[in-house]
Design a protein around this ligand. Sequence first.
Ligand SMILES: Nc1ncnc2c1ncn2[C@@H]1O[C@H](COP(=O)(O)OP(=O)(O)OP(=O)(O)O)[C@@H](O)[C@H]1O
Ligand SMILES: [Mg+2]
Length: 270
Amino acid sequence: MPTGSTSSTRSPFTDNESPAVGVELDKLSKSFGDFVVLKDVSFKVEPGEIFVLMGPSGSGKSVLLKHIVGLEAPTSGRVLVDGKDASDPTTREQVRMALVFQAGALFNSLSVYDNLALYLREHRIASESAIREKVERALQILSLENASAKFPSELSGGMKKRVAIARALVMEPQLMLYDEPTSELDPLMSATISEIIATLKDEYHVTSIVVSHDRDLALNISDRVGILMGGQLIHVGPPAELRQPTDPRIADFLNPKVDLKNPRFKKLET
Ligand SMILES: Nc1ncnc2c1ncn2[C@@H]1O[C@H](COP(=O)(O)OP(=O)(O)OP(=O)(O)O)[C@@H](O)[C@H]1O
Ligand SMILES: [Mg+2]
């Protein structure tokens, strides 16, 4: 675990406290065949921090998140969660971490309630009455009390995102990873989701890594922002530095100008 921290994670459901966890990427590189996706990416996320990772589509953000939860293994380099190797399956048993997937990944055949209860039932974590308590608490935190009996097909995009976060929350995570939590949402719902992420950090001291294109989210709730381009981390710093970026690549990414004389789509890689 990174040094110098005394913060702890408080469960939303009990009075239990467990140490908040740090994450460290040490020269992480990942290739699929000859295709290099991540090149020598190194950064540390401190326990209890909100770290927002931004970068263009295809720059490797989702692949990077999958390394932290152990769904991908590095080609070279290391990923440590709470000082333990993330690609070691025992790490996932020792550290409670939850990934809120880009597309929500809800089970369409299950109600919202059963989507939330699934993890607890499968892992036989609690009795059915204790599960009910945890699920109802998570639904309440995300203002989803009235959606409990609904199925995913009956939910709006914003509700699906909140259900995905609620489902992660019942795991009482020490580490929350969000992949594009505000994509496809209107600005108001995006701001709401940003507030939820910040609240979870403040009230439960969860360490949060948020992959997002959402500039407002990054500026408003992050402790630090990393920018990934072409598989390389080209910048890490506090959000204020992004208000007037000096690096032209970052300025162009955050404040793109539509240029009809020299259209970007003609320069896209195929
Ligand atoms: N399992 C895989 N096998 C081969 N290539 C993959 C695999 N997973 C991802 N890639 C490739 O890695 C690159 C990065 O993908 P990734 O999903 O991480 O991008 P991203 O930054 O999350 O993009 P977006 O913002 O569009 O979600 C893409 O070119 C993708 O095609
Ligand atoms: Mg992605």
